[in-house]
Design a protein around this ligand. Structure first.
Ligand code: CA
Ligand code: CA
Ligand code: CA
Length: 346
């Protein structure tokens, strides 16, 4: 696997320390009442498992334990289930388990590459993409494995990719990317696949759209040969505007809305390396949130908006940044595909 080697000794120590910490409540400004999940190579194996931990890196819990690769855990909005990818014959397939790791089962057996699973807001179904003969199409399936449907069309005359679906906060609409009309554009469709319509029209690369918490906007990166920036569009496609703009390829990417919709975190090379930045949407003021001389990857907001977690160098150490402080803290854990668990730690 293309990832940094994990110090198995460090992980073993962390497991022991985590156990020693028991159920003592988190303390201090650095800790969050919400836990993080991620995937990483297991302590006794060459394959990956799904773990959870407190935001300070303590109380590590391993949810899977087998010789298959598990990755990309996605917690249902109600916190009861986890969707993830499990690799069979090298191909990631969609699976689910209970939040405590029990009742793990595959949802699909397509023999094709699957990924980018996203829950419906009611926690009852998932959308994901599947590549057959190199062509991505978007599918939906109930969390109990029933009613699988292909939502986008495999047009034999068009060599297109339909990828990266996500539900609007009210569950009525799915945003996704498609190359069906020549280059990467953003599309919308109804949750049942009907009424597919194009939102962006340009020659540039439009990135993965992120819904604002109120569902009114979509944010995404747009890259041309000269410039890249983060765009905010009304969800009906009108009034697209740039939220960030730079004079060169500064790599303003991976924009994620704060839970209250007022702040956008994004990564950028505008100060060298790739650091985390915060944009106050109302004022347009951008502040640099990290100075780690590293590549910040995959920032995610805690459900209460108090913390941001991210990895450095993509597969490296997990950091947590209290938003009110200006110093990110290493957790001592390594992993990727960070997610905050929606339910507070009891
Ligand atoms: Ca495994
Ligand atoms: Ca298609
Ligand atoms: Ca485009």
């Amino acid at each position: 696997m293309n990832r940094l080697p994990l110090s198995l000794a460090a992980l073993a120590i962390a497991l022991v320390l985590g156990g020693a910490c028991g159920s003592s409540p988190p303390t201090g400004p650095e800790t969050s009442p919400y836990r993080l999940s991620f995937d990483e190579v297991g302590p006794d194996s060459e394959d990956t498992e799904i773990f959870t931990m407190r935001s300070d890196g303590s109380d590590l819990v391993q949810l899977t334990d087998d010789d298959l690769f598990q990755s990309e855990a996605r917690w249902s909005p109600d916190g009861s289930m986890v969707a993830f990818l499990v690799h069979h014959d090298g191909l990631p397939q969609l699976a689910v388990m209970n939040a405590d790791g029990t009742s793990s089962r595959r949802l699909t057996d397509s023999g094709a590459f699957e990924g980018s699973a996203r829950w419906s807001p009611d926690s009852r179904s998932l959308v994901f993409h599947r590549a057959i003969d190199g062509a991505f199409e978007i599918h939906s399936i109930n969390a109990d494995g029933t009613d699988e449907r292909q939502l986008t069309i495999d047009d034999p005359d068009v060599d297109d990719w339909d990828r990266w679906p996500s539900f609007s906060p009210d569950g009525s609409t799915i945003a996704f990317n498609s190359t069906r009309n020549g280059n990467e554009e953003i599309f919308l469709m109804n949750a049942d696949g009907t009424n597919q319509r194009q939102l962006t029209f340009n020659e540039e690369w439009d990135g993965v759209p992120e819904w604002s918490p109120d569902g009114a906007y979509l944010a995404f990166g747009r890259v041309s040969e000269q410039i890249d920036r983060i765009i905010r569009s009304n969800a009906d496609g009108t009034e697209a505007m740039h939220l960030t703009l730079s004079d060169g390829l500064d790599g303003d990417r991976l924009a994620v809305w704060s839970p209250d919709g007022r702040t956008m975190a994004f990564t950028s090379a505008r100060a060298g390396f790739i650091e985390l930045f915060l944009l106050d949407i109302a004022s347009g003021v951008i502040s640099q949130a990290t100075d780690l001389d590293a590549v910040v990857w995959g920032p995610v907001w805690s459900p209460d908006g108090m913390h941001l977690a991210f990895t450095i160098d993509r597969y490296g150490e997990i950091y947590v940044l209290p938003v009110d402080a200006n110093e990110a803290t290493p957790t001592g854990q390594v992993g990727e595909h960070l997610q905050w668990i929606p339910a507070k730690t009891p």
